[in-house]
Design a protein around this ligand. Structure first.
Ligand SMILES: *Cc1c(COP(=O)(O)O)cnc(C)c1O
Length: 421
């Protein structure tokens, strides 16, 4: 069980919405910092532990700065994400560049910033040389274990995933990179998404530890770090149990003691690049109900849409929803809560038991702090919402304004020099 809370009352939220009209995403800085510290504390028994926050989850410089301040690095996979990191002073080994089908200019940008480059394929060794003129001193490879590891529904089965090198390719790639002068090596994998089972993540770490030993035995290469990727899940449903960091860290440390220490490979740094678990539960999409329609079902129309949160429409993902001020009211009604897109998948909740919703009620959609605003799109010409940050002193800062029609039309040559609001 986990309780779905929201840090503000209906009155406070109503007041905020006078300055920042709904819909908006709200992030809780104090809760994000507390979570970051709990994670760092739990994993402190693993040598050289570092979390590289997956920027794509919530690519906002204010949040990146908070996480950098907590000691995190950043995991990037695009030019934009690299640039964002640079703006908050994250450079060099604080960036892990984990991309795939990587364009030349992104390799160049990653080199310029001194990021750790994680190659997704053996052919990218030559591509990286061609793009940047050389190989960096440090290089990482992404392993795809194929049928050796089961995936889950969001990421799919590893052998069907486009990412990473096969086992045979991995050995060939390390040997080749070493022969070309690379001195420091890492090993990466990302085999799962939104997984709440600690044991699954522990087994991923063990798999990488065992490969580290094999790389030493077969090639004489001693890895500097492993990176277990992202994929720590969050309990989107109230009845789900959150993953326990100390349990995961203890299990990973036990595997380390069983595999790495006896092989004489201690210290081997332990890295990961979670996004969802870092900010997901500490962000909410706040929206207002303004239409009510009764046909074959009861529909509540809200002012947010898939432009602001794609996960329900894209994956059929569950997001818990509460009606502010009616948290304790009995769920006497069954609603589909929907946005205004001409897409029937534009639904935040389907046949959901909820208290009676009146027009003007504020609805809170939970767990939108990762892969929420970031995934939004402009289909149907819908503009994306603002992002607000609740500071530890309870003040509110707007950390991204809402899009306007001018933003939407900025890439068009309109016939008349007209401004749209
Ligand atoms: C998306 C992604 C992550 C983060 O995944 P979460 O599920 O948010 O933890 C980490 N690494 C890579 C390479 C990714 O593509």
């Amino acid at each position: 069980m986990n309780s779905k809370t929201f840090p503000l009352s209906r009155e406070q939220t109503d007041r905020i919405s006078r300055d920042y009209p709904t819909p908006f995403h709200l992030y809780d800085e104090a809760a994000i910092r507390d979570n970051a510290r709990r994670l760092t504390q739990a994993f402190s028994t693993l040598p050289g532990f570092r979390e590289y926050f997956a920027v794509k989850a919530t690519p906002n410089p204010f949040l990146l700065r908070i996480l950098a301040d907590e000691g995190f690095g950043a995991d990037c996979s695009s030019l934009a994400e690299l640039r964002l990191c640079e703006t908050v002073g994250l450079t060099g080994e604080r960036i892990m560049f984990t991309s795939n089908e990587t364009p030349d200019n992104e390799f160049r940008e990653a080199r310029r910033l001194g990021a750790i480059i994680n190659l997704d394929d053996i052919t990218l060794i030559d591509a990286l040389i061609a793009a940047t003129g050389s190989l960096p001193d440090t290089l990482c490879f992404r392993y795809n274990p194929g049928a050796a590891k089961a995936g889950n529904t969001i990421i799919g089965r590893p052998e069907e995933a486009k990412y990473g090198l096969t086992r045979d390719q991995l050995f060939e790639a390390y040997a080749r990179a070493r022969d070309l002068g690379v001195k420091t090596f890492g090993l990466h994998t990302m085999v799962v998404s939104n997984e709440l089972d600690e044991q699954y993540h522990i087994e991923t770490a063990r798999m990488l530890f065992e490969l580290a030993v094999e790389l030493k035995d077969r090639l004489g290469i001693r890895l500097a770090f492993i990176n277990t990727g992202g994929g720590i899940g969050i309990p989107y449903r109230p009845e789900e149990k959150p993953l326990d960091y100390p349990t995961l860290a203890r299990g990973a440390r036990a595997a380390y003691d069983q595999v790495i220490v006896p092989a004489g490979l201690d210290p081997l740094s332990y890295h990961m690049e979670c996004g969802r678990a870092i900010t997901g539960p500490y962000g909410w999409l706040v929206t207002r109900a303004f239409r009510h329609k009764e046909t074959y079902r009861s529909y509540i129309g809200v002012d947010a849409s898939m432009a602001d949160l794609m996960r329900p429409g894209m994956y059929g993902a569950y997001h818990h929803l509460t009606v502010l001020g009616k948290e304790k009211a009995p769920a006497t009604h069954t609603y589909d809560v929907v946005g205004s897109l001409c897409e029937n998948s534009d639904k935040f909740a389907i046949q959901r038991p909820l208290p009676e919703i009146e027009m003007g009620d504020l609805l809170v959609i939970h767990d939108t702090g990762a892969h929420g605003h970031a995934m939004g799109y402009n289909y149907n010409g819908k503009t994306r919402s603002a992002e607000l940050l609740l500071r530890p002193d309870d003040s509110i800062v707007q950390i991204r304004r809402a899009e306007t029609l001018d933003d939407l039309f900025a890439t068009l040559d309109l016939p008349a020099a007209q401004s749209f609001k």
